[in-house]
Design a binder for this molecule. Structure first.
Ligand SMILES: [Zn+2]
Length: 271
């Protein structure tokens, strides 16, 4: 039976981890909730993102609090700009020497370098962690509907194969809490792009409430897409949390009616 991600508290911060990865000890990883930080108002409290308009100084302190759980800091962190695209970036030794930490035009980052902290941000979008325990190598990707139907996750599988020789059948994939199908009603624009994409048959929609709308299941859709490119179903760990249904635990862009809200962060590194 599949084990679910667990909610734990450490140093006053509440976050998710996948107990099996934690036990095996090959990687450090986690996905934050909104609990345990210093931000106020709509950003309360552990806002880790700068795009919503929160104070950079407070976000910096929150990041220190979250990353400090693993003895890490912002100086160790590499992440994509996140443009809802399909670009995957390899953080290799040469790149590490350059000192850039935010990688423009990128929604996924991969590495085989130990102690390099890969991160991604979300407030409803799906964050997906990848581990090839054999290589060993890791990745993290950000996928909303646009990235999903652009093929960001198959892009990671392909890039890990090319860069590290990772076979899709050996990859372990962990999905973080995201907006659930209960709250993710989309219009014809999204359905049209899904149908026209390479992944139209993998898309999982349920009947909508508003005319011309349907509910999109991001986790099931992306699980189907991963299986199509050779990832094994039992190696994909999903969860039942919806970021929009649980404002006590999560930030939600849709829940905030597209107004200002905070961001969660997912991180992973090879020990
Ligand atoms: Zn929901």
């Amino acid at each position: 039976m599949k084990e679910s991600p667990a909610l734990i508290e450490k140093d006053g911060v509440t976050f998710f981890l996948y107990p099996r990865w934690e036990k095996e000890g090959l990687v450090g990883h986690g996905f934050s909730t909104r609990l345990g930080g210093l931000s106020r108002g709509v950003f309360a409290s552990l806002n880790l993102g700068l795009k919503g308009g929160d104070s950079p100084e407070i976000v910096g302190k929150n990041r220190q609090r979250f990353l400090g759980i693993w003895g890490k800091g912002e100086k160790d962190l590499y992440y994509g700009e996140q443009v809802h695209g399909k670009e995957v970036f390899l953080v290799d030794r040469l790149f590490l020497s350059k000192g850039t930490r935010e990688i423009p035009g990128t929604d996924a980052v991969i590495t085989s370098e130990r102690q390099v902290l890969l991160g991604a941000f979300s407030a409803d979008c799906l964050l997906v962690f990848f581990l090839d325990p054999g290589a060993p190598a890791i990745g993290v990707a950000h996928a909303g509907w646009r990235g999903t139907f652009s093929g960001i996750l198959p892009g990671v599988v392909e890039a890990m194969n090319k860069s590290f020789g990772s076979e899709p059948g050996s990859l372990e994939v962990l999905m973080a809490p995201s907006i659930g199908p209960c709250c993710y009603e989309v219009g014809e624009d999204v359905m049209d792009i899904a149908a026209a994409s390479h992944w139209g048959r993998e898309a999982v929609f349920y009947p909508g409430i508003r005319p011309g709308h349907r509910f999109l299941d991001l986790q099931k859709t992306n699980s189907n897409i991963l299986c199509k490119v050779g990832v094994r179903p039992f190696n994909i760990i999903t969860n039942e949390f919806c970021t929009c249904c649980r404002p006590d635990l999560f930030y939600s862009y849709r829940g905030a009616k597209r107004g200002a809200t905070g961001s969660h962060m997912g991180i992973i590194f090879l020990r």
